[in-house]
Design a protein around this ligand. Sequence first.
Ligand SMILES: [Zn+2]
Length: 543
Amino acid sequence: MNKIEIIPLGGIGEFGMNCMGIRYADEMIIVDAGMGFPEETPFGVDISIPNFDFLEEYRDDLTAIILTHGHEDHIGALSYILRKFNLPVYSSRFTLALTEKRLGEFNMLDDVLLHRVEANDIITIGNFKVEFIHASHSLVECFSLAIHTPIGTIIHTGDYKIDDTPVIGKPYDLETLGRIGDEGVLALLCDSTNATVPGRTPSEMAVIPALEEIFGETEGRLFIATFSSSLHRLQIVFNIAHKFGRKVCVIGRSMQKNVEIAEEQGLLKIPFGTMIDLGGSRALDNDEICYLVTGSQGASTFKGMEIQKGDTVVLSARIIPGNEKGISRMIGHLYKRGANIIEERRRLVHVSGHASQGDIKIMVETAKPKFVIPIHGEYRMLFRQKEFIKNHVGNYTDDDIILIENGNVLEIDEYAARVVAKHDLHKNFVDEESMDVIEYDVVRERKKLAYGGAISLVVTVNKQTHTLAGDPQITFQGVAGIDPLNGFAAEARAAVSHAIKDMKPEQIADRTVFKENLRIHLKRYIQKELSSKPVIVTTIVEI
Ligand SMILES: [Zn+2]
């Protein structure tokens, strides 16, 4: 009897980079292909992507990619996986529009097969029947997936919250989820991002009162900083601005593009005459304008808009983990410029798009799965979801709620779920400027350079006699404890010369062995004298 295999490539034990393989009877579908935003910018790279090389061993099994929704941490790595495996992609119209925008930047649109699906569609991909369930989230046209296989149904929640009154679109489709739950669900892969938060996540509507108050009391220019993908929020801002007689000017390319796509698709409804361009906005009085900006850049300007005394800036967004310092610096700059800042902690100007404990309870009780597998989140959040479900929902025990890690292979059948293999998956990184992949080894090398600096050793030898010709040259870059006056460089040079004198001619004649011996020797010497581990580059010049 075949078993279902759940193989996460990312998004488990970390924030972002969501990607999951689901395999049955030699067929494998991929759910989401997201990018991650490593917490501390690791040495010149800002973006991480899953290690798709790992999928090589499943090359013949891969059949499709399904995208739950259009956030970057779910679609941002799509172009990289498609370059390796040209698979058909299934998702909602809005998600595909965001995807097209992205693939277009890489000139990949001609080669990719994009299939548009709608909520309640059921598509057959080999042994899988995938049913799309309408999910509410901070973005629109999002799905939870019911993946039906001959031995049972897996539900992948995607990102969700149970929002009864979203601004755009319908509430979470609990009816369909309940029907599938009644038919029997083998496993629920459930978003853990907010599993540490008690109660229900407030509806997208919840920010309206605070924003109305702010529009009502603000006399100067108003800046609303939010994510370009938070469409419910954008709709609210357009509506309130219209009500309070302000025009809205959308700043920044990604925000403008998203507004354009969403309006074109009839998702965003902009009251007539409310939107204005930058030129037009400058002719208005301060109390007649509201700027919509994506404010996460750690600067006191928004795409050329200087913040000035009397401006009010509303931070209507979550601070992405890892960005706290940058945001804090930005807020500092804004205060310095005399702006009034309104943050989430002071007024209810932001709500999360993810399920809190109350939402998780509804999800589990409606889907009634045999097994629960917490996904999307750091280990702490996965663990807390497990504890919460054990303590507050039905009859679940440690055996029913399984914590997994990236690279695990979790085997499930109707009797048991257990991890049968663990692969060590390092991430890959992307250079944000060129969008090229940077190999893991390069980042590791940069890390070494950053921590220990570099030493370059140049040794000149006589080609015929294999003896040293002149003094070795050593240069230091960023190595602690070195100072031109303290004589260390001369001592290191002498130590290398000494070591070479002790070597036999045949050890020098083999240049590879010679080079490696020199490196090891210098490394030991530096470690002994300075207790540091710089990168050592040796060059041999023959004369
Ligand atoms: Zn999301």
